[in-house]
Design a protein around this ligand. Structure first.
Ligand code: NDP
Length: 256
């Protein structure tokens, strides 16, 4: 979809790049020529593995530890990336959490944890990136939302209330930023359906099968399928697209 060396000379920052969807995005960006800043919060070994996978294919990656729910840490991370790898041209706000305590019985603590990482964290990253991008008249941002930001949880409606709300917020944020940052900075979103990663590992096989049955394509998605779409939106192949959140869910949630 995206030309092999589409991002040569560009620096990309992917938060939550140590595992899952973020790792696949880091790999795809590096294969397409970008130098990649790989953010993580606690799993240094996994982040190092992403860096090594990129290096094994001849790419350039560096790892940066920072908690995206902390504004100061996000800003320090950008400072470090800019001094070691250059300006961030491509930003993917991918770091996110889901919690088993996120249900109709959740307390304020769970709500706050999820909002701080998934929604406030997205804001901190984009806010730190935007001024430089607008000054340089170039910037491409993709924010990872979820199909649960569009529809309530179809399998267990009593669960993932804070998560779904945080991801709806990301969709609204993308729309507002696209209008505010144009014409040289494009901001889009991607809303995945179920992707097999450590985030979905704890969910029962029965729930997984029910979700597959409700999905028109009758399967879950792959991390590489999300990475393809993200890199398309970062690339000039999507040069007339901004403010949109693109659903990649095998059709789940997109049909009446
Ligand atoms: P994983 O749980 O597999 O990976 C989460 C990643 O986010 C890790 O790299 C983790 O770092 C990082 N992370 C978590 N909290 C923070 C934080 N506070 N600061 C910095 N990094 C953090 O998740 P997925 O790959 O499945 O999910 C990636 C994104 O895609 C998330 O935003 C998620 O909500 C979204 N999504 C996922 C779907 C799915 O089915 N998997 C469906 C729809 C959306 P570390 O390794 O250090 O812990």
């Amino acid at each position: 979809m995206v030309g092999e060396r589409e991002f040569t000379g560009r620096t990309g920052l992917v938060t939550g790049g140590s595992r899952g969807i973020g790792r696949a995005i880091c790999q795809k960006l590096a294969r397409s020529g970008a130098q990649v800043a790989i953010n993580y919060v606690s799993n240094t070994a996994a982040a190092e593995q992403t860096r090594q996978l990129i290096a094994d294919e001849g790419g350039v990656g560096r790892i940066y530890q920072a908690d995206v729910s902390d504004d100061a840490q996000v800003s320090q991370m950008f400072d470090a990336v800019e001094s070691e790898m250059g300006s961030v041209d491509l930003l993917v706000t991918n770091a996110g959490i889901a919690s088993v305590t996120d249900s109709v019985t959740m307390g304020v603590k769970t709500w706050n944890e999820i909002m701080r990482t998934n929604l406030d964290g997205t804001f901190y990253q984009v806010w730190r990136a935007k001024d430089g991008m607008m000054e340089r008249s170039f910037g491409r941002i993709v924010c990872i939302s979820s199909v649960l930001g569009i529809i309530p949880n179809p399998i267990s409606p009593e669960r993932l209330i804070a998560y779904g709300t945080s991801k709806s917020g990301v969709i609204g944020f993308v729309r507002n930023c696209a209008v505010a940052f144009g014409p040289h900075v494009r901001v889009n979103g991607v809303a995945p359906g179920w992707i097999d990663t450590e985030m979905t590992e704890g969910v029962s096989e029965e729930a997984r099968q029910r979700l597959v049955a409700a999905t028109p394509l009758k399967r879950v998605g792959k991390t590489s399928e999300i990475a393809e779409l993200v890199c398309f939106l970062l690339s000039e192949k999507s040069s007339f697209t901004t403010g949109q959140t693109h659903v990649a869910s095998g059709g789940l949630g997109t049909l009446p």
